[in-house]
Design a binder for this molecule. Structure first.
Ligand SMILES: NC(=O)c1ccc[n+]([C@@H]2O[C@H](COP(=O)([O-])OP(=O)(O)OC[C@H]3O[C@@H](n4cnc5c(N)ncnc54)[C@H](OP(=O)(O)O)[C@@H]3O)[C@@H](O)[C@H]2O)c1
Length: 219
């Protein structure tokens, strides 16, 4: 089976992403940990997969990913549970998912990371945010060192505004906001563009239609 396995599928990006992938005729496995989240996911048409990144080991996670061609990791502790949980989900969780993807023979791994300029320059320094950025960067490095096909997407600050369908995307762009709608649509476009490989892409809202912006990166 080809298709996309989303880790963090019930999140604010994840639950937008599933239906977009379905519209593009892709099979979608949607991993979440709470029963009510799984039920809501089922209603959108995706295949709900029960899984908790904290409880699963790499072998267990690998079993869940079996048969999927692409993994999208959009999970995060979101500041809940302090530094320990940030390390456990955004850091060790990502590492576990990369190891699981390798042993499940997943081809491509797309990581929702963070724009490194976000939250910088606070006075006094925001230590929690600094740790978050450190964990995200180490997670990026872990994925880059793997032998998977990978794409790292670094969105600016996320908003819940209705998606404009227009973005700015590139290896290094000015920092800014981006709607979760636009992030989800950009992820779907990257999934549909296998020529984009081994790329770190910074993303904000912008003026270029999403399909065109991603095609420009593939060219
Ligand atoms: N906020 C920003 O401005 C910003 C900017 C750039 C990048 N990001 C990154 O973008 C990503 C997604 O953003 P978002 O808005 O979609 O975040 P979100 O709504 O908080 O989604 C994160 C998802 O991760 C899941 N998760 C957490 N712990 C888990 C576990 N142990 N097992 C399985 N799933 C688990 C959460 O599920 P539960 O509901 O069960 O906890 C949630 O569904 C995050 O990684 C975030 O770091 C954020």
């Amino acid at each position: 089976m080809s298709g996309v396995f989303i880790i963090g599928a019930a999140g604010k990006i994840g639950h937008r992403l599933g239906p977009i992938l379905l519209e593009r005729n892709m099979a979608v496995g949607a991993m979440a940990r709470a029963a009510e989240q799984l039920e809501k996911l089922r209603e959108t048409g995706v295949t709900p997969v029960e899984g908790d990144l904290l409880a699963l080991d790499a072998a267990g996670l690998s079993t869940l990913m079996q048969g999927y061609e692409t993994v999208i990791f959009s999970a995060g502790a979101g500041g809940k549970g302090g530094p320990e949980m940030t390390r456990a989900i955004d850091g060790e969780g990502l590492e576990k998912a990369v190891n699981a993807a390798r042993s499940a023979r997943v081809k491509r791994f797309i990581l929702v990371s963070a724009f490194m300029d976000a939250g910088r320059g606070a006075n006094p320094p925001n230590e929690r945010f600094e740790l978050y950025m450190q964990v995200k960067r180490n997670a990026d490095a872990r994925l880059v060192q793997s032998d998977l096909d990978w794409v790292i997407l670094r969105p600016g600050t996320l908003t819940d505004e209705v998606g404009s369908g227009r973005i700015r995307a590139g290896a290094a762009i000015p920092y800014g906001n981006v709607s979760r709608d636009n992030v989800a649509a950009t992820l779907a476009e990257i999934v549909a563009s296998p020529a984009i490989n081994h790329r770190i892409i910074e993303l904000t809202d912008g003026g270029v239609p999403i399909a065109e912006a991603i095609a420009n990166l593939a060219g």
